[in-house]
Design a protein around this ligand. Structure first.
Ligand code: NAD
Ligand code: UGA
Length: 458
């Protein structure tokens, strides 16, 4: 098919790879190129083993790669050769200097803008896909307009709302696509270009436009609201445990109110993932910057409850297992921050493992997709940690099993077989409330769910 448009994405990560694969899949007449400073990542995108596990992603990459989807290392050539450039680089929390541990580290975004400026030989539309603090586009515009000449750059904000584990579904059928632009003729024209790409598969009424600043801020706020729901339900799970109420029953009753809705009300060990914490910290930093102390304190508490929930979980294990974990073998089922991903960034399992090791427990970790990342995350840990693929083999001679990721696989394990191979009394801590607790109790386990009464044989 004749190529009508050329698109570049800088940053081949969890967002850049899948989102560009979707554009290539839906727009066969567009040539989509993805570049990255990390050559191994590009090699992985060009290999059989993609660097990101996402259900359905292999299929669309296989269909498009080498036809109209390309993963390349020659960033400078690609900037020259493409007129629509998505920026999807990482924006982690700053670890140094002013705003350390709170503000977003914008060095990668700024370097990208400078690289675009240095190599561009024609006008470009530059699209922020990374999650950025409100007003970042202003800095981008200032850098990009610093070279006098005929070349113009129009900056758009098009934040990505996909979640890991459901990226392909979310990209194919998004709740909304948000495009923020300047209200200038150039800004509106650039916006129309981007709308044209998305209308290939997204209904027009789900493509919404706004100012750049509203768009940048909406992304932070959407993540903050989602995380706030998780913290809200987790805070109530603590109260349920004190009062014999059941958190799943409360969540169902509350969530059936259409004004509240039933999603994101699953109590657990707290949210993980690369974005919720960093984006709320970023929001807190912004509020402080503008002198809005009460607002920043409000959002900071969403993070505080998240820490409280996982601390509570570990304390519960320690106290239930007679106050000592020393030399007790504990099996962690699931190290990914959620099901259907191999991603372990900010996974609650990392914190929990550290605490268990500090109590001198022997930890065995099993996960269907995240063992490689888990081993890398824990490479510096001083203590006894093993990684075992097969959950049944991993369970042998354990004192306790902890469910830390909501993998469907863990719902279907033979818990009778697991129980038989364990040291007695056998403990089961369901950090995701995904098992049939009554059934596990009748097998013989002492069962400790979240936000529900424990079922023990003592
Ligand atoms: P990631 O770390 O997986 O990928 C970012 C990539 O950018 C890395 O491969 C890195 O090498 C590359 N990079 C950095 N600087 C570069 C440069 N100058 N030139 C070329 N490549 C460069 O990060 P991610 O998870 O894809 O997230 C990217 C952005 O999208 C972040 O702002 C994040 O908040 C946001 N976001 C992430 C998700 C998600 O589910 N992970 C969802 C929505 C939005
Ligand atoms: C989240 C948002 O859902 C996406 O819209 C957003 O684009 C993305 O962040 C981002 O900006 O990176 P993600 O972190 O991939 O997506 O996954 P979620 O499904 O939101 O789960 C986040 C965490 O909350 C996980 O640890 C999950 O287990 C936990 N969670 C979620 C709960 O504990 N309970 C729930 O009810 C829902």
């Amino acid at each position: 098919m004749a190529i009508r448009k050329k698109i570049l994405c800088i940053g081949a990560g969890y967002v850049g790879g899948p989102s560009m694969a979707m554009i290539a899949h839906k727009c066969p007449d567009y040539r989509v190129t993805v570049v990255d400073i990390n050559p191994e990542r590009i090699d992985a995108w060009n290999s059989e083993q993609l660097p990101v596990f996402e259900p359905g992603l292999d299929t669309i990459v296989k269909k498009t790669r080498g036809k109209n989807l390309f993963f390349r290392k020659d960033i400078e050539n690609q900037i020259r050769d493409n007129d629509i450039i998505f920026v999807s680089v990482n924006t982690p929390t700053k670890s140094y200097g002013a705003g350390a541990h709170m503000a977003a580290d914008l060095q990668y975004v700024e370097k990208t803008a400078r690289q675009i400026l240095k190599n561009a030989q024609s006008s470009k539309i530059v699209i922020e896909k990374s999650t950025l603090p409100v007003k970042t586009a202003l800095a981008m515009e200032k850098i990009l307009s610093s070279r006098k000449g005929k070349i113009r750059f129009d900056v758009l904000s098009n934040p990505e709302f996909m979640a890991e584990g459901t990226a392909v579904k979310d990209l194919e059928n998004p709740d909304r696509v948000l495009i923020g632009s300047r209200e200038t003729p150039g800004g509106l024209k650039a916006r129309d270009h981007l709308i044209k790409i998305y209308t290939r598969w997204v209904p027009l009424n789900r493509i919404i436009t706004s100012s750049i600043w509203s768009s940048e801020l909406s992304k932070l706020v959407a993540n903050a609201f989602l995380a706030q729901r998780v913290s809200s339900i987790n805070s109530i799970s603590a109260l349920c445990e004190k009062t014999d109420a059941d958190i799943d029953e409360v969540a169902r009753a509350v969530g059936m109110d259409k004004r509240i809705g039933d999603r994101f009300l699953k109590a657990g060990i707290g949210f993980g993932g690369s974005c919720f914490k960093k984006d709320i910290l970023n929001l807190v930093y912004l509020c402080n910057h503008y002198g809005l102390r009460d607002v920043s304190a409000y959002w900071e508490n969403v993070l505080r409850i998240n820490e409280y929930q996982r601390e509570r979980f570990v304390n519960h294990i320690l106290h239930s297992m007679f106050g000592t974990l020393s030399e007790k073998k504990i099996l962690i089922l699931g190290f990914a921050f959620k099901a259907d991903t191999g991603d372990t960034r900010e996974s609650p399992a990392f914190y929990i493992t550290q605490k268990l090791v500090a109590e001198q427990a022997d930890v065995v970790i099993s996960d269907p997709r995240a063992l490689k990342n888990a081993a890398a995350d824990l490479s510096g840990i001083k203590g006894n940690v093993k990684f075992v693929d097969d959950p049944y083999r991993a369970a042998a001679d354990c004192h306790a099993v902890l469910i830390l990721t909501d993998w469907d696989l863990y719902r279907r394990l033979d818990y009778r077989k697991i129980y038989r191979s364990m040291i007695k009394p056998a403990f089961l801590f369901d950090g995701r409330n995904i098992l049939d607790h009554q059934q596990c109790f009748s097998i013989g386990f002492n069962v400790y769910p979240i936000g529900k009464r424990a079922l023990t044989h003592f």
